[in-house]
Design a protein around this ligand. Sequence first.
Ligand code: GAP
Length: 450
Amino acid sequence: MIQFPRPRELSNNMTDLMQKITSLAKRRGFIFPSSEIYGGFGSCYDFGPLGVEMKNNIKKAWWDEMTKTQKDIVGLDAAILMSPKVWQASGHLSAGFADKLVECKKCHKRFRLDEIKGKCPECGGELTKPRKFNLMMKTFIGSVEDKTSTSYLRAETCQGIYVNFENVLNSTRLKVPFGIAQIGKAFRNEITPGNFIYRTREFEQMEMQWFCQPKTADKFFDFWKKQRMKWYLNLGIKKENLRAREVAPKERAHYAKRQVDIEYKFPFGWQEIEGVHNRGDYDLSNHAKHSGQDLKYEGYFPYIIETSAGADRSFLTFLVDAYSEVKGGRTKTTEATKELEVLLKIHKALAPIKVAVLPLVRNKPQLVKKAKEVYQLLKTHFVTQYDELGSIGRRYRRQDEIGTMYAVTVDFDTLKKKDVTLRNRDTMKQERVKIDKLVECLKKQLLKTA
Ligand code: GAP
């Protein structure tokens, strides 16, 4: 069985926290190492049954925010493979999209220059002079592997949006300003992936490109920065763990006139989770030049304000922020002890399981039968789990650990009164609800904003 990597350079407490989170993720089916039966495959991960639910919830929350809550934004789903000319025009094949890399002369491990100081962090060996390393992932299209068949897996999803700017304009009645949103996979040949799913070579982006008049770009930049901060906060991220950092010119991406990184305070330090960029007319003018197409709108190139978030990084952010340990006793059973209980206090919109159905005991066939009926009733409306193994206290704890919002307990009174106990994860309040009102009641509670 392979181990998740130990995050580098963490204090013991912080290492412990990342260890606990990665082990919970594996044990409960949020995230597995890729190709594990073959010993794993360098920093690639698979989302398990709970992980895929939660990641879908994150993507849905983002998609709804962009295409429903905000105005004048339409969606797109472009191909991962594009003409290599796209990447020439975008600047990704040149030095702009490269990390500076150094190699240890002794152990030959490679590191990003910006991540280390002086000596090799692994063995203390001397380092080579930095050289540039392009991050594009190469592939070949068709049966011949040569220069003419070389293509690339997209390194950012937004290029699919730029090359469809005209198509979207011509097929909708949108006028500048408007936005195009897209969620999809992106690939980068990162030199030092790490910190669990924080930096991987295959990841998912949630990007929105806002096309506007140049003179309105500053106003929209501030607007989108605020909206994006609000999105994380509304989904429960603690205010003290989130900040927006203005990025200095020499640190900015090669296309950015202005850049603010939205950062989260991970156990391994403040790290970027989303970039807000003013890309000016960099992309449309370069694509116009390289393709020979007129990509102007009413005689000018619109400026682009981009919000670029990572679905995987958001996942890690929500997981870390929600993770808490409480002293025993939450479950209020005779077996309640003083040991630490894990509570994943994740926003209800993101919780992978919304409801758990638990028969009070499992050796009473009438209770089990009724509980299974209730489960069948709920599972077509909500992501629902049925659990009859172990004591009721232990089962509450298992559900708290994965952030299940509600637990429905079927007991002896249920058989007489046709009602169940509904327990709220956060308040631990229990109320009796008639079975025929349960779906409606849960829908109402899950939709409530507070
Ligand atoms: N289109 C702009 C763009 O791609 P970026 O700052 O390079 O900007 C945006 O990436 C977001 O994509 C990051 O804030 C992060 O959430 C995610 N991301 C980038 N590289 C990643 C990686 N190697 N692993 C996981 N997520 C990554």
